[in-house]
Design a protein around this ligand. Structure first.
Ligand code: NAD
Ligand code: 6OD
Length: 486
């Protein structure tokens, strides 16, 4: 069976405690790997290695050499594309096309884009008048923040982990990565890539394990970790923020959402159905930007519900490697139970189940997998649990609306503020509505269309700070002002 060890100071190592945990396949729940669970001593060793790298070859490397190495990381990921696709597919159970077209290419792009950003974004400078007439030159200097703790989730493991590691390294930091316990494969593969291209030992470290009283907490509470970047659930963010308050360390948080999709009657109907189908059901609904609340203008409501139902019923479940399969399972049995409990709650709350609501009939070993049906509900009030709480599964509630005022109020009636997707052909309306919805990311006639130079993040309980483009530099560097009296 596959053994995955921690990656510390450029070497793969079993845990100093000898502890390991099992990794199960989402498609049949068989144990497919044994993972080393990092101890507090392992985390301490990684922090020391990361600090030494900052004071060693990595810290003194020219920017040109550093960004050149990051380009090589991206190229090596591309050379080993099939290995990364296979690893991520095994880990998540998601179909090959999602891996090949979104998750793995984005992982490689995350290294190149931020190498370009750090090379090309200037800092400010001011000439300052002084009473003696000689003046002073002020200029900004970006310096690395230090050792960064990167805590990642399981839903798009490689994309989300490299989205933080790419800019952190481009800015000259070193990292301790804690992949989700559910998806440790690609973080380990990236260790091989780092060694292959010659990233110095200690720059990239991977510590596997869980959250509380395990690698996650050991990293976030270690005083040698200078800042923490986290993607995951909002309540985990609260725990990490408490840990980061010791030593007043900086945090960047990308967290949960309960995002609204809004379809106006003037929308391109087919494009809107396709768009909402993707936003509600891609990756088996396990996308933070996903749309679990859909609002459709009344004149097209019935037609829209019928069209989305037909698409939801057309998916083909199975192993990602089987021909024709385009739909995968949820990540774990625990998550399947959570999603199914919401499916039951929707019925108890009086929902009309348009489609789905249960587990698909699977044959043989796949009957043990974490599959659930894409599910659509109508008829619930805005106060219903499945309309209010993040489920993180392949499901959405669809309600009709009559006015712009009404739909904006409904979209904003949530403790979250991550993203929205709006479908209309009226440009004035598009500008008006996006300006009024309280989220970090607004898509119009699209969803999850990403330009990595743009700001990414959430308002309210969906996040703290922004990453992407120059915004990543704000978090991953300290901006030092130098004032020289002339
Ligand atoms: P999670 O919060 O359970 O776990 C995320 C990571 O935090 C894991 O590595 C976990 O081991 C670690 N962790 C858990 N408790 C910890 C603690 N006390 N201290 C330190 N580390 C700890 O989230 P998940 O279930 O892996 O991911 C799903 C969630 O992530 C959803 O809520 C989703 O909306 C959110 N998400 C947000 C974004 C975004 O960009 N806003 C992107 C993807 C996922
Ligand atoms: O595209 C990204 O950069 C990003 N962070 C996506 C998040 C997806 C959430 O599941």
């Amino acid at each position: 069976m596959l053994q995955i060890d921690n990656f510390i100071n450029g070497s793969f190592k079993a845990a100093s405690s000898g502890r390991r945990f099992d990794k199960r396949s989402p498609v049949d729940n068989k144990i497919i790997a044994s993972i080393a669970e990092a101890s507090a001593a392992d985390v301490d060793e990684a922090v020391k290695a990361a600090r030494a790298a900052l004071h060693g070859e990595w810290g003194s490397m020219s920017q040109e050499t550093r960004v050149g190495l990051l380009y090589e990381v991206a190229d090596e990921i591309t050379r080993r594309f099939d290995d990364f696709v296979a690893a991520e597919m095994e880990d998540t159970g998601q179909p090959e096309h999602v891996m090949k077209h979104v998750f793995i290419p984005r992982g490689a792009a995350n290294f190149k884009v931020f190498a370009d950003v750090i090379k090309n974004v200037p800092t400010e400078s001011f000439m300052t008048d002084t009473p003696d007439g000689r003046g002073a030159l002020n200029y900004g200097l970006r310096v690395p923040k230090g050792v960064i703790g990167v805590i990642s989730p399981w839903n798009a493991p490689f994309l989300l982990m490299t989205w933080k590691v790419g800019p952190a390294l481009a800015c000259g930091n070193t990292v301790l990565v804690k992949p989700s316990e559910e998806t440790p494969f690609t973080a380990a593969l990236l260790g091989e890539v780092m060694n292959k291209v010659g990233i110095p030992a200690g720059v990239y470290n991977v510590l596997n394990g869980f959250g509380p009283n395990s690698a996650g907490e050991f990293i976030t509470s270690h005083p040698g970790v200078d800042a923490i970047t986290f993607t995951g659930e909002t309540r985990t963010g609260s725990a990490i923020m408490k840990a980061a308050s010791e030593g007043t360390r900086d945090v960047s948080f990308e967290m949960g959402g309960k995002n609204a999709g809004i379809v106006f009657a003037d929308a391109d109907f087919d494009a809107a159905v396709d768009g909402i189908f993707r936003s509600a059901f891609l990756n088996t609904g396990q996308v933070c930007l996903g749309t679990e609340r859909v609002y459709v203008e009344r004149p097209i409501f019935d037609k829209f519900v019928t069209a989305l139902k037909a698409k939801a019923e057309s998916v083909k479940f199975g192993r990602p490697t089987d021909a024709g399969v385009n739909y995968g399972p949820l990540i774990s049995r625990e998550h399947q139970n959570k999603v199914l409990s919401y499916y039951n709650k929707a019925v108890e709350e009086g929902a009309t189940v348009v489609t789905g609501g249960g587990v698909p009939q699977m044959e043989g070993e796949l009957a043990e997998g974490n599959f659930v049906q894409p599910t659509i509900w109508t008829g619930l009030p805005e106060t219903a649990a499945v309309v209010k709480e993040e489920i993180f599964g392949p499901c959405c509630h669809i309600s009709p609306f009559d006015t712009e005022e009404e739909v904006v109020a409904k979209a904003n009636d949530t403790e979250y503020g991550l993203s929205t997707t709006i479908w209309t052909t009226n440009l004035n309306r598009a500008h008006r509505v996006t300006a009024r919805i309280d989220v970090g990311i607004s898509w119009v006639n699209s969803w999850f269309l990403r330009d990595l130079r743009t700001a990414f993040g959430g308002t309210k309980q969906s996040g703290i700070g922004r990453e992407g483009g120059v915004h990543s530099l704000e978090f991953y560097t300290e901006l030092r002002n130098v004032c020289i009296k002339l």
